[in-house]
Design a protein around this ligand. Structure first.
Ligand code: CA
Length: 230
């Protein structure tokens, strides 16, 4: 039991007792310490007192909107936040990702998926500003030298392709919405031009992926955006 007690603390904000219990069992069996809150107010209080290394946040809470909880957490903390959402609530998920959530899971989710996402979120937040090359499969990306290689060969990227790839690499593992990508790479006035992301992601895939039609590096999050699986 000592190993379990020593694991990273995760705060679960979820009003449905059965789901909360399931999440607790799942995370504890992977070595996390689980703190629980059953509404937004308690969740906000615990997000500062319990010093969690990740927060699992249900969007449908009895006392306040999950996105409001997220926004208040973000005012004072960069703790990774994973959103739990019901199906057909893409717009809510997108709003949360744009407001600084790291990832999302659609209910019902697989237990292994939850553990993997929590671990990834913690790992990515801990990673300081990258130095040297990042290796993802056959691709290596050196952000300092601005050199991208595939199988040892230099890949020529346009300025925009490079800016897009660098954004993905710096946010590896995170889901980035179309809007966020457009604002970061093209600027705020392009926030609605999601055809840009589709075209440029397509170009990057052609240059970097083994099988551009079945990508493993830049993965599509259907209806939401993209995730760099580095
Ligand atoms: Ca709920």
């Amino acid at each position: 039991m000592n190993a379990i007690a020593a694991g990273p603390p995760v705060l679960v904000i979820e009003d449905e007792p059965q789901i909360r219990r399931l999440i607790q069992i799942t995370l504890e069996s992977s070595g996390f310490r689980v703190h629980q809150a059953s509404d937004g107010k308690e969740g906000l209080a615990r997000s500062s007192t319990d010093r969690p290394e990740a927060v699992v946040l249900d969007l449908g809470l009895p006392d306040m909107d999950g996105i409001e909880v997220l926004k208040q957490i973000r005012i004072r903390s960069t703790v990774p936040v994973l959103i739990l959402s019901v199906r057909n609530a893409e717009q809510d998920v997108i709003s949360c990702l744009n407001a600084g959530a790291d990832d999302y899971l659609i209910k019902p989710f697989r237990q292994g998926e939850l553990v993997a996402r929590v671990k990834a979120a913690i790992r990515h937040r801990q990673r300081p500003e990258e130095k040297g090359a990042i290796v993802a499969g056959p691709v290596s990306i050196d952000l300092d030298a601005r050199v991208v290689k595939r199988g040892g060969e230099i890949v020529k990227l346009t300025g925009t392709e490079y800016a897009l790839l660098a954004l993905f690499v710096r946010n590896a593992g995170r889901v980035l919405t179309h809007r966020y990508i457009l604002e970061q790479v093209w600027g705020p006035s392009y926030a609605e031009e999601s055809q840009y992301t589709r075209v440029y992601v397509g170009q990057l895939r052609k240059k970097l992926e083994d099988d551009p039609s079945n990508p493993s590096l830049i993965v599509t999050e259907s209806g939401i955006g993209y995730r760099f699986a580095g």
